[in-house]
Design a protein around this ligand. Structure first.
Ligand code: NAD
Ligand code: 6OD
Length: 488
């Protein structure tokens, strides 16, 4: 049986306590995972501080960037292993893992290696009375040991999205991947080992959240900052833990994202885009649209065409070339999504398609699948319109004018993303800017330039990562003010 161990201070550590890593496609066992106890997390934090005092702390920006390029190259070289591990842990189609998850894992290291070498720093010159001056300039320094806690939906992409800038800025990292998806994180630790990243700069601990590795990290007195992606309620718990030491936090949390579709949009491009926006990764992308608002003249046509397309979505084995959708991540998450299907019925929703569990007549019947589902007819206050479901489902509702669409889209405590579909450029800009979100797309969705700010408003997060925003979160800036005498 494959074993996923902890990687601490450049050594692989076993644990007597193990848990099972399950393949959600058919419920089979992928691996046994060694759960880090408090002592192992403590050792990881100490190893991080030792690295900062040692070789890693002395590495120049150019040397750090060189490590990041080597890590990216090594991920590319071992691409097939990463792909296999990601598909086994998540069941996502090869078409997705090979074009999004694994290439982004490598790209995250390259982009932050590029950026750290050229990142500008502020400098201000003051003129003082009598001809004297003061020159202010900022120096970028690491925060220390950063706790990185990541979710299961885009495991390598989201872990490296934080690990790469943290290392670029010279921090040491203690990373904990989701208990559901330990595979690619373990391969990443192997990569760190093979590129000879100085021991302790990157540490990997496996485990759960409460009373396990997650909580041991967030409550550890010597963790200097926490960066977290996951559910808003988990973010709240972590914020409590971080408050104790007044630690910087960066949170990328849940969403209940809206799509706003105007009658003048390019219909076929919009339908293609909306298939991705609702069903990519079985709806398990924080940016997925779960609320779809369609201008009334287009409403019936959209519902009919979208329903027809959804009925053609192929639920396949990850390696099937035509598989467009995989299972949900776990039995527990499948049950949560099914409870929302039941709630939608209780709340009076009309099911345009889906709403159940597919039957395959093969081993997939032991996996954690649900049907892609479209619902309509719910009032704006219904729980299924308000709460994040995180599955392959959306609610479709009509609107009559631009202002109403904006009001409906913004009627949420979340604020992660929105997508607007229109051929009117002025309206596209207007509506996109009016969305109370961190990310607003026009005639596209999940198109990413990694230099841009990424994050959410409201319950969707705190802070922004991406480009210089990441470098600023993972750095302590010291302003140096130098007095310069004038001519006497
Ligand atoms: P989760 O909050 O259950 O878990 C995320 C991570 O936190 C896991 O590693 C988990 O073990 C750990 N954790 C759980 N409780 C903890 C605690 N008390 N202390 C410390 N660590 C703890 O989230 P999930 O179910 O893995 O992921 C799905 C959620 O993540 C959805 O809400 C989704 O919207 C959100 N998400 C947001 C973004 C974003 O960029 N905004 C990206 C991906 C996922
Ligand atoms: O693209 C990214 O950088 C990013 N953080 C995506 C998050 C997706 C959420 O599931």
């Amino acid at each position: 049986m494959r074993q996923y161990r902890n990687y601490v201070g450049g050594r692989w550590l076993e644990s007597a306590r193990r848990f099972r890593d399950i393949n959600p496609v058919d419920g089979s066992l992928n691996a046994e995972v060694h759960e880090a106890d408090a002592a192992t997390v403590d050792a990881a934090v100490s190893a991080g501080h030792a690295a900062l005092e040692g070789v890693w702390g002395g590495a120049s920006v150019v040397e750090r960037a060189a490590y990041l390029y080597r890590i990216a190259d090594e991920i590319d070289r071992r691409r097939d292993e990463f792909l296999a591990a990601e598909m086994a842990d998540t069941g996502k189609p090869h078409a997705m893992a090979s074009t999004i998850d694994i290439p982004r894992g490598a790209a995250n290291f390259r982009v932050f290696a590029d950026l750290i070498k050229t990142a500008p720093l502020e400098s201000f010159r003051m003129e003082l009375p009598g001809g004297a001056q003061a020159l202010n300039y900022a120096v970028r320094k690491p925060l220390g040991v950063v706790g990185v806690i990541s979710p299961w939906n885009l495991p390598l992409l989201l872990l490296t999205w934080k690990v790469a800038p943290a290392l670029a800025c010279g921090n040491a990292v203690v990373a904990k991947p989701s208990e559901e998806t330990p595979g690619t994180a373990t391969l990443l630790a192997e990569v760190m080992d093979s590129v000879k990243l100085p021991a302790g700069a990157f540490n990997l601990v496996h485990g759960f959240g409460p009373r396990s590795a997650g909580e041991f990290i967030t409550k550890h007195a010597d963790i200097n900052a926490i960066t977290f992606t996951g559910e808003s309620s988990t973010g709240a718990a972590i914020m409590h833990a971080a408050a104790e030491g007044v630690k910087p936090v960066s949170f990328e949390l849940g969403g209940k994202n809206a799509a706003v579709i105007f009658a003048d949009c390019d219909f076929s491009k919009m339908i293609d885009g909306m298939m991705r926006a609702v069903f990519l990764n079985s709806g398990q992308v924080c940016l997925c649209a779960e609320r779809v608002y369609v201008e009334r003249p287009l409403y019936e046509r959209f519902c009919q065409a979208f329903t027809e397309r959804v009925r053609t979505l192929r639920l396949g084995w990850p390696h099937d070339a035509d598989s467009a959708m995989g299972p949900l991540i776990s039995a527990e998450h499948r049950d949560k999504v099914l409870q929302y299907f039941a709630l939608a019925r209780e709340e009076g929703a009309k099911f345009l398609t889906g709403g159940g569990v597919p039957s395959f007549g093969d081993a997939r019947d032991r996996g954690f699948w649900v049907e892609p589902t479209l619902i309509s007819g719910l009032p704006p206050g219904a729980r299924c319109v308000k709460e994040e479901i995180f599955g392959p489902i959306c609610h479709i509702a009509p609107f009559d004018d631009e202002r109403e669409a904006i009001k409906l889209a913004n009627d949420t405590r979340y604020g992660l993303s929105a997508t607007v579909w229109t051929s009117d450029l002025n309206r596209g800009h207007r509506v996109a800017q009016a969305m109370h979100v961190g990310l607003s797309w026009v005639n596209t969705w999940f198109l990413r330039d990694l230099r841009t700010p990424f994050g959410g408003a409201g319950l969707s997060g705190i802070g922004r990562e991406g480009g210089l925003h990441s470098l600023n979160f993972y750095s302590e800036l010291t302003n140096v003010c130098v007095h310069i005498d004038g001519y006497q």
